[in-house]
Design a protein around this ligand. Structure first.
Ligand code: GAL
Length: 655
């Protein structure tokens, strides 16, 4: 199978989404000049070009695409060619209303925006396959083409009639019989028993709470339907160009797709990443998504989109201060990216994204954005030969599973202050602040390579996943689990005793009596630290080696943290510093050290291959002590014993 290295060929891909159809052709030549000057070596074409390519049903207009592909080819700029299927032309919805999705209240999602397609619509799929077929046949052999990009950020749901029919088929495959479905969904509750498949619906707007397993299965179904759409187009382009890698871009930590499953179907895993420049934890958000994407890719990955400056979709859209675009781009490379790309090359003058930055902003060549983009292009070219194809290594795995997210984050749960992504962020943040690099893994993956496995929260665990965690722990691994883990089986049925019995045994818990969730801002005192969000009334069974008790209040004296051998259970969310310290202690016990000792708080350090990346996330310059002499590949100079990083500065050091 082809991979990212077939497209990078030793370079870091640098460029972005390019929408030449929004510009007169004179601008195309100016674009090429500016791209070359900035070191741009790749553009993604065609993402939203369907109406231009197929102005009327079955008609084709490839002339403009031929010209821009040739122009890019002559300029030595590779093309990632997208299938345009994320935004069907208006004629499609007009002629075929069955292609339009419905929301849960039955309202149609109309054309005029984008992504107004029903994943279940046979008509949509037929048109999507036809345009993909013609695009692939025409450009498969084009010398500029380096990769295929299918659709864009698959993210639609559909509660409509055709989706309902497909949902029933999907449920038949999953459950076999209606009896099995009734059992899995627990339809004895509230008189929901189904007597005929025709009665089974997507979870449409009800009078009161929905059936949680119906919702869970609908999310599984949606992810699978979108994956079918992706795979159909992928198979077409692969048939025409088996030598070219195929990708589709994920949204970061997006609830709608089981990205573990999807990543198996891609040659290149790519993601779009837009941390808020004002968010004090923006860099950690980036690190989390990068760690997750690298883990899905099991190696180098592609940063498909980021913003060179401001986005346009937050309440207040802040630009990136001087140096931040470079810093966050180098962070992605440190954490395994072999491609640093943007939405988009040239900022639009019209349309809903005209106030979203581009690599070339409205200010043009003299604008700060383009100037910084040009500097970064030179930096990436300098480090590329030492970086591409190498791996960032981590000895800690954080477990995450979409199915657990889908089951756990529903209505009518014990606390809406607690959610799956929030827990992932909190635990990853503690590890990030401790300068401990992490991979992510699925709870059924082989974990034996990691000395430490961290489970922020896995509300739903399959029997196989429980087996896997137990095998890992009994095999000598150190396992740390947060609360609300192992509560439900794969049909979201609460496990006897309220938490998986084998896990209770692993941690030394006899009885989990009650959950005591906390209000926002409320804390609970534990010996040596304070807990937030959650606390638990549980009895130890006397087999734990150590327990840290709650102090005062209803839970006084009961265990807040239990350790039995190398297995840890944490029944609250310790305040950030306490969680960082706890995880540092546990990691040390498992033989896992921070990347460097004594690092200033605002400096992130990551090892990739034999390189050490140092990234200053602070606005003040900072010095890092580092014994020995290293070559800074960004400046081409040697540094001895101490590295000084300017505001948002970075160093890429080779021993
Ligand atoms: C992404 C999308 C791009 C653009 C960008 C703006 O989600 O793929 O097409 O809309 O957001 O930030």
């Amino acid at each position: 199978m082809p991979g990212l290295s077939d497209a990078t060929r030793g370079r870091i891909l640098y460029g972005g989404d390019h929408n030449p159809e929004q510009w007169p052709e004179e601008t195309w030549h100016e674009d090429v000049r500016l791209m070359r000057q900035a070191g741009v070596n790749t553009v993604t074409l065609g993402v939203f070009s369907w109406a231009k390519l197929e102005p009327r049903p079955g008609e084709r207009d490839f002339g403009w695409l031929d010209r821009i592909m040739d122009l890019m080819g002559e300029a030595g700029i590779g093309v990632v060619l997208a299938t345009p299927t994320a935004s069907p032309p208006p004629w499609m919805g007009h002629l075929h209303p069955d292609t339009l999705p419905r929301d849960e209240e039955g309202r149609t999602e109309w054309w005029g925006g984008r992504q107004h397609f029903s994943h279940s619509s046979a008509t949509y799929r037929r048109y999507a396959a036809a345009i993909t077929e013609d695009l692939a046949a025409r450009y498969a052999g084009h010398p500029a083409l380096t990769m295929w990009h299918i659709n864009n950020e698959y993210c639609t749901y559909d509660w409509g009639d055709e989706a309902a029919a497909r949902f029933r088929d999907w449920l038949r495959d999953r459950h076999g019989t209606l009896d099995a479905l009734n059992t899995a969904w627990g339809t004895a509750f509230w008189s929901q028993g189904y007597g005929d498949w025709a009665e089974v619906m997507p979870p449409r707007h009800p009078h009161y709470l929905k059936n949680p397993t119906q919702v869970l299965d609908f999310k599984r179904f949606t992810s699978d339907m979108l994956l079918e759409c992706y795979a159909a187009e992928r198979d077409i382009v692969r048939r025409h160009s088996p030598h070219l890698p195929v990708t589709t871009n994920f949204m970061p930590l997006w609830a709608g797709q089981d990205a573990w499953r999807w990543a198996e179907e891609e040659d290149v895993v790519s993601v779009d990443l837009y941390p808020d420049p004002r968010d004090p934890f923006g860099a950690q958000e980036g690190a989390l998504v990068q760690d997750m994407t690298r883990s899905q890719a099991r190696g180098p990955w592609m940063l498909m989109e980021q913003a060179a400056g401001a986005v346009n979709w937050r309440g207040v859209n802040h630009p990136k201060p001087h140096g931040l675009n470079r810093l966050w781009s180098l962070q992605a490379v440190a954490r395994g990216a072999d491609a640093v790309c943007y939405f988009q090359w040239r900022q639009s003058r019209q349309g809903a994204e005209k106030f979203h930055s581009g690599m070339v902003s409205h200010a043009g060549e003299q604008g700060r954005t383009y100037q910084e983009v040009t500097r970064l292009g030179a930096d990436l070219a300098r480090i590329a030969p030492h970086v591409t194809g190498t791996h960032s290594t981590a000895r800690i795995a954080v477990l995450h599973d979409w199915h657990s997210w889908w089951a756990g984050d529903q209505e009518a749960r014990p606390s809406h202050e607690v959610d799956h992504p929030g827990m992932l962020r909190a635990w990853h943040r503690a590890l990030w602040q401790a300068h401990l690099t992490t991979d992510f893994a699925h709870p059924e993956h082989d974990l034996s390579a990691y000395p430490l496995v961290v489970v922020p929260q896995l509300y739903l665990l399959t029997d196989t996943a429980v087996d896997n965690l137990l095998a890992y722990a009994h095999g000598g691994g150190t396992l740390v689990c947060g609360f609300l883990t192992g509560i439900a089986d794969e049909d979201d049925r609460v496990r006897p005793g309220g938490m998986d019995a084998r896990l209770r045994d692993l941690f030394g818990i006899r009885t989990l009596h009650e959950w005591w969730p906390l209000d926002a801002g409320e804390t609970v005192t534990c010996e040596g630290f304070r807990g937030t969000l959650w606390s638990e009334e549980l009895d130890a069974d006397g087999t734990a080696d150590a327990t840290t008790p709650y102090k005062g209040g209803e839970l006084d004296g009961l265990p807040a943290v239990l350790r039995k051998g190398r297995a840890w259970y944490v029944s609250t969310l310790p305040e950030p510093e306490a969680l960082r310290d706890l995880l540092t202690r546990i990691a040390t016990g498992a033989g896992v050290r921070p990347v460097l000792d004594g690092l200033p708080d605002q400096v992130e350090a990551v090892r990739r291959g034999d390189l050490l990346f140092l990234l200053n996330h602070g606005r003040e310059p900072v010095a890092v002590d580092l014994p020995g002499t290293h070559r800074d590949l960004l400046t081409g100079t040697d540094v001895t014993d101490r590295v000084t990083l300017g505001r948002h500065g970075a160093a890429v050091l080779r021993p």
